[in-house]
Structure formats: C-alpha cells, structure tokens
Design a protein around this ligand. Structure first.
Ligand SMILES: C[S@@+](CC[C@H](N)C(=O)[O-])C[C@H]1O[C@@H](n2cnc3c(N)ncnc32)[C@H](O)[C@@H]1O
Length: 331
C-alpha cells in the first residue's frame, strides 16, 4: 500500500483495517477515549507509523535519531515510535494524561515556542498527526493558514539537512484555496516549498476514490462532506538519501523497493550502495532499499572500500530496480 504524498483513498482505509482490527495493538496503546475504534484517528495513526517505517532506515546512523511529534495530544504515535527505540519528544500545548507509558519525553508547550527554542540542524524527523493545521488558523490568500507557515519556517532551520517531516493531516478536499484550519493540500505543499522544504516525491493531486471523512461545507449542512486526510513526507534538502531519478515505494516483491522515476539507460551509475569500514559492511539507502532478484536489472561492483550500483539494462520509468544479493542468501 502506497499512502505517500496523496490524499487517503477508500482502498487505503480498507487496507489499514489490519491496524483497526489489531486488538493487541489497541490494548498496548490503550486510548482514553477509545479512539482506536474511530476511523479517523486510526487512519492517521496507522498512516503515520507506516510512513515513519518507510523512511527510518534511510537515516544514518540510527542510534540517536531525534524525532519530535508536533501537537502529539494523547495519541499513541510518539509512544509507538519511542518503543521502536527512537529518541522522541512529544510536544503539546495541553497537558494530557496517558494510559500507557513509553520513553517518549512529554513537553507541554506551544509548538511554535518549542520550535523557536530549538537549535539549528538539531532534529532528524518531525511528525504531525493533524495538529499543525490547528496551531493558528488565521490566514489570507498567500498564507491560508498561519500555523503551517510558521511551522515550515522554523522547521527548515531546525531540521538536519536530509531530515524529514512526516505529516498526516486533515485537508479540505476542494481544489481552490480555502483559508483557515482545513486548507487544501496544494497550499500546504506550496508553503512548504516556499520555506525551502521539498516533497520526497510528486504529490498525487487526484480527488478520485478519496475517502471523505465528514464535516459539511460551511452554510450547507446537508451538502457533501469536504474533509479528507493527506499524507506527506517533506525533506530538507542538503543531503540526499537517493539520487533524484529514484524513489522508494511499496514493492510487490518485498516491503519497500527502489523505483525508477524516469527511463534510466543501461550502464547508469546510481551511487554507493555499501561501504566497508573496519571489516564491516554498511548499507546506504540505495543498498538498503534495493530488492533481490535472480534476474536483476542492476549489478554492484567494488571500487576501493565502496560498492557502487549500476544498471545492466534500460529500466523504464515506474519499474522496480533489482540486484542479485551476494552478502547473504535470500530465502
Ligand atoms: C487533532 S489533535 C491531534 C493529536 C495527535 N497528534 C493525534 O494524532 O492523536 C490536535 C492537537 O494539537 C494540539 N495543539 C493545538 N495547538 C497547538 C499548539 N499551538 N502547540 C502545540 N499543540 C497544539 C491540541 O492540544 C491537540 O492535542
């Protein structure tokens, strides 16, 4: 399931049902208001964790990665991420009580003040589960939501180069600018880009088959619902996990894989996949995400202490890249 950079569809919600039905998960991260049964909360929580899992391995080194959840509320996401071994700070303007305990560090503060006090280049990953849009919902045509603008501005300063912002937010599904709390995804992306962040891959703007989650158009209580949820991953450029012609997506073969964003000619060098240091082999994102095949379209070769990957065939846009693994046996 690929929920990255698009508005959540009905199919996504069906696929997320495994989280909705996972009673052990709900029991572990028990929620005061029983919100695991609330379709809107579970879609955002499970999408956040899926998106987090999709990028966490591309950051190196893993120990000490600092994650900040903006407007964490009493939701389970910061605790689920802390339980994966990450250093998590959960910031919210309100003081919440929690039914579960994790190593997440809870800070009761306005996120805009928290961000103002953060050092430059100090955070690896920011997360937002439909909170930023509530920080300051005043706005105008240029800045339809002042909360988003101020967060993007601070985030650009505070994120480490190559760091990420994972966001699952309520959005207005209309296509023309809406001022206020529920802005349209186009305006979120525009403001992020104006403040220097980039999307990790193209956003699919399609409103087809999207999952609409209640709330009616102002003044039309019986009209169609106009709220959706959009999932984004933004990054602060400066360091690139992958060259621009590749992206990481859910693979039909195993977990996530590497895909060509454009037609890639035969014999194109894609970068370093593994580095040998102190007799140990370390993988880069390229080496970490490429899947195995007995009929690969790429090969790796050694130069000095680095393995490089190059294409052995022309790879068409949208196709997955494969390598024949040699460091261990694939079962
Ligand atoms: C819709 S809830 C989302 C909570 C949580 N992220 C989740 O997914 O369950 C929005 C949260 O944003 C918090 N919030 C609103 N304005 C804030 C601000 N300026 N700074 C920090 N938190 C804020 C609220 O207290 C609330 O907990």
């Amino acid at each position: 399931m690929d929920i990255l950079n698009k508005i959540v569809t009905k199919n996504d919600v069906e696929a997320l049902d495994k989280y909705r039905n996972d009673r052990d998960l709900h029991k572990k991260y028990e929620h005061q208001q029983g919100t695991w049964d609330n379709v809107d909360a579970f879609v955002k929580w499970s999408s956040s964790v899926i998106l987090f899992d999709s990028i966490k391995d591309s950051l190196y080194p893993q120990p000490g990665i600092k994650v900040v959840d903006l407007g964490s509320g009493d939701g389970p996401v910061p605790h689920m991420v802390a339980d994966k071994g990450f250093d998590v700070v959960a910031v919210d303007i309100q003081k919440w009580s929690f039914l579960y305990q994790s190593l997440a560090h809870i800070v009761t503060k306005d996120c805009r003040d928290y961000l103002r006090d953060c050092e430059n280049n100090s955070v690896d990953i920011f997360m937002d589960g439909c909170a930023v849009t509530h920080f300051d919902d005043s706005g105008d045509e240029v800045t339809p939501n002042k909360g988003w603008r101020s967060v993007f501005r601070s985030m650009y300063r505070v994120l480490k180069p190559g760091g990420y912002f994972i966001c699952t937010s309520d959005i207005d599904i209309r296509t023309t600018t809406c001022i206020g709390e529920y802005i349209i995804p186009e305006d979120i992306i525009r403001m992020a880009e104006e403040e220097g962040l980039t999307l990790t891959s193209d956003f699919n703007y399609s409103r087809d088959e999207i999952w609409e989650r209640g709330r009616n158009l102002p003044g039309k209580p019986d009209g169609p619902p106009n709220l959706g949820v959009a999932c984004f991953i933004f990054t602060k450029p400066g360091y690139k996990a992958l060259i621009d012609i590749l992206n990481i997506k859910d693979s039909d073969v195993a977990g996530q894989g590497l895909y060509a964003k454009v037609d890639i000619p035969k014999d194109t060098i894609l970068g370093v996949s593994h580095v040998i240091m102190d007799d140990e082999i370390h993988r880069t994102p390229l080496g970490g995400f490429i899947n195995h095949s007995d009929k690969p379209n790429c090969m790796k070769y050694l130069e000095g202490n680095k393995y490089y990957i190059k294409t052995t065939k022309k790879i068409r846009s949208g196709n997955e890249l494969f390598l024949k693994y040699s460091f261990y046996e694939v079962k």
